[in-house]
Design a protein around this ligand. Structure first.
Ligand SMILES: [Zn+2]
Length: 253
C-alpha cells in the first residue's frame, strides 16, 4: 500500500511512478481512470460495466452462454452437395443477434470478443478431429467490404486461426460481384442469386487441400454451399463449415 500511496500523493514525479510500478494495481487504476472519461457500457443493454466486465455485463454474458447449442444441435444440415459437414454455436436470437448486428452495422467490432471462448472451444475440438490446411472466411464483394471496412467472417476466422494454428487464407476465394441481399429471397431464389458469385484465382493453392470455411450467420446455407461448390470445382478435397450463428428457419432437416 505504501507504493500505491506514493503514486497517488506524488503524481507529478514520473520517476517515482515508474519505480513504484505495480502491474495489477496500475491496470485497475488505469481502467478506473478510463472508465471515468469513457463510461463503458454493455454492448447489448447499455448497463454500465463494472471494472471486471468487458464488452457485456454479466447478465448479458450469461444469456449468451445459455444460448449455446449442445454438441448434437451444433451440427448443421447434411443435405448439401459440396459442403461436407458444418457446425454452429448459437441460434440467431437476442442477445447474439444484437451483438452481431452491433458488429456489422454499428462499428462495434470489438464485441466479437464476447464469443472468443466459445469459438475457441468448438473449433479446437474440430481441428483435433479433422485436418484443415487452411481456414477461409466467406468473402464479401469488394463494394460491401469498402462500405463496412471489414469482413465479420474474417474476424471470426482470425480467432479460429489463433486457437488452432491453422492459417487463415483470404487470397483463395473471392466474391466476384455484389449480390442483392438474400434476406427476402426463397431458397431457390437465393441459389440463383448466388450462382457463380465466387471464384478461385489460384487453383493450385486449392487442389487436394481441406478447408474450414467460416461464416457469421447460416440461414439456408446457400451462400456457404455455393462457396464450397466453387472450392470443390477448383479441386478442393474437403470443405467443412463453421458458422457462428444460425437462423432457426429452414436450417435443419
Ligand atoms: Zn447487458
Amino acid at each position: 500500500m505504501a507504493k500505491a500511496a506514493c503514486i497517488i500523493t506524488k503524481p507529478s514525479l514520473p520517476t517515482s511512478i515508474f519505480l513504484s510500478y505495480n502491474a495489477p494495481f496500475m491496470k485497475l487504476y488505469w481502467e478506473a481512470f478510463l472508465r471515468l472519461i469513457y463510461p463503458a457500457t454493455c454492448g447489448v443493454c447499455n448497463a454500465l460495466l463494472t471494472l471486471t466486465e468487458t464488452g457485456l455485463c454479466q447478465p448479458c454474458q450469461d444469456r449468451v452462454f445459455h444460448l449455446r447449442f449442445a454438441p448434437d444441435d451444433a451440427l448443421l444440415s447434411n443435405r448439401f452437395q459440396s459442403l461436407d459437414e458444418g457446425w454452429t454455436l448459437y441460434p440467431y436470437q437476442p442477445p447474439v443477434q444484437d451483438i452481431l448486428t452491433g458488429i456489422k452495422f454499428a462499428g462495434k467490432r470489438w464485441l466479437i470478443r464476447v464469443f472468443h471462448e466459445d469459438i475457441a472451444m468448438l473449433t479446437q475440438a474440430l481441428a483435433s478431429e479433422n485436418h484443415y490446411d487452411a481456414i477461409i472466411p466467406v468473402p464479401m464483394a469488394r463494394r460491401r467490404f469498402l462500405e463496412r471496412e471489414f469482413n465479420q467472417s474474417e474476424l471470426i476466422a482470425q480467432r479460429i486461426g489463433q486457437k488452432t494454428n491453422v492459417p487463415v487464407e483470404t487470397d483463395l476465394l473471392f466474391k466476384k460481384h455484389h449480390t442483392p441481399s438474400q434476406g427476402l429471397l426463397s431458397q431457390k431464389e437465393r441459389r440463383i442469386n448466388l450462382q457463380h458469385a465466387f471464384e478461385v484465382r489460384k487453383k493450385d493453392a486449392v487442389k487436394d487441400r481441406s478447408f474450414l470455411l467460416v461464416d457469421d450467420i447460416f440461414t439456408t446455407g446457400a451462400t456457404a454451399e455455393e462457396a464450397a461448390r466453387t472450392l470443390k470445382t477448383a479441386g478442393a478435397k474437403r470443405v467443412h463449415l463453421f458458422a457462428l450463428a444460425r437462423t432457426e428457419r429452414d436450417s435443419r432437416n
